[in-house]
Design a protein around this ligand. Structure first.
Ligand SMILES: [Zn+2]
Ligand SMILES: [Zn+2]
Length: 328
């Protein structure tokens, strides 16, 4: 099969012939139709998140099952599926026993412990696959498996109450979905961004207000929940100046610099919460909103042969919202 292979840390992505996977027990092989390119792929390429190279990255996989391994009963050939980040825990640690495999220190993840989805075929554990609603296209579905799943998990963890206000900082791959999910769930939603050129599309996505920093956010009434999806922790710390008392800052983007915790947050009793993909019920809900057309991915699509151009644009921050790789 054809796959985008990263040869080494900081290596140049190259599309080449690669071994087509075979399904082992409890596994399936997915013919990939679309694969989202997440900024985390850049972190992995740079060695910030360790894996073994050479490696096929990609953790927003969607496609159809073409082979099922021994013991698989819940999935069949022809099923339309996608796969999240954590596929399988060790099954033995405290967090696995509590049913929270996403917190397992020995978890096997898509594109880390197993080859990822920037390829014609991908192997996955059958239990890690999620059926995709019929109404949702592959291109729309792919980014839900990391970006959408992550931000909807974060919104649910932030636990906004009726009448509370949500702000989103960092309106990129995750953030453009975060503000649509917030609107779909009925919350007054503010976007915090310095990208003036994005303002029009941000308002079209439903933002009630667009402000450029935390001071302006506070001036606009502040936020009870801040969905922090920016790759800059400086931007997150600044936006947090706009928090209302008893607010919650939900961290979903990793920045290179330390996170500067403003002491004012302590006196306002603002909570900082880490969040990632917090369990399949949130993936189910995230897909359902997308299938109902309440959340729309804004994607640039690239053919697999052209993936290194897509990667460079993601790495340089030139992709406005999401890059999606298609295989045909
Ligand atoms: Zn991701
Ligand atoms: Zn475990």
């Amino acid at each position: 099969m054809k796959a985008a292979v990263v040869p080494s840390v900081n290596g140049k992505w190259e599309v080449k012939e690669w071994q087509t996977p075979k399904a082992g027990p409890n596994q399936v092989v997915i013919k990939i139709h679309a694969s989202g390119l997440c900024y985390t792929d850049v972190h992995i390429t740079h060695g910030v998140i360790p894996t073994q190279f050479p490696r096929v990255l990609g953790h927003e996989p969607v496609g159809e099952i073409v082979e099922v391994g021994a013991g698989v009963t819940s999935r069949k050939v022809g099923d339309r599926v996608g796969v999240g980040w954590v596929q399988k825990g060790c099954g033995r640690c405290e967090w696995c026993l509590r049913g929270k495999k996403e917190l397992c220190q020995s978890a096997i993840s898509t594109g880390i412990g197993l080859e990822g989805s920037h390829a014609e075929y991908m192997l996955a554990y059958a239990d890690a696959t999620m059926l995709i609603p019929d109404a949702l296209s592959y291109e729309q579905a792919a980014p839900i498996f990391c970006a959408g799943y992550t931000v909807w998990s974060g919104l649910r963890l932030g636990d906004p109450k009726p009448h509370e206000r949500i702000a989103v900082v960092g309106i990129g791959g995750l953030g453009h979905l975060a503000l649509q999910y917030s609107k779909a769930a009925g919350f007054e939603t503010l976007a915090v961004t310095k990208s003036k050129d994005k303002e029009k599309s941000i308002r079209e996505m439903g933002a009630d207000e667009v402000v450029e920093d935390g001071a302006k956010l506070l001036g606009a009434g502040g936020a009870d929940v801040l969905l922090a999806t920016s790759n800059s922790w400086a931007a997150t710390a600044d936006a947090a100046k706009g928090m209302r008392p008893d607010g919650r800052v939900v961290l979903m983007g990793v920045g290179p610099e330390p996170l500067n915790y403003n002491p004012e947050l302590m006196f306002k009793r603002v909570r900082l919460m880490g969040s990632s993909q917090n369990g399949p019920e949130y993936l189910y809900e995230a897909l359902d909103y997308a299938a109902k057309g309440k959340v729309k991915v804004i994607a640039e699509t690239y053919n697999l042969d052209d993936i290194s151009r897509a990667y460079d644009r993601v790495a340089d921050g030139k992709v406005r919202f999401r890059a999606v790789i298609t295989m045909n």
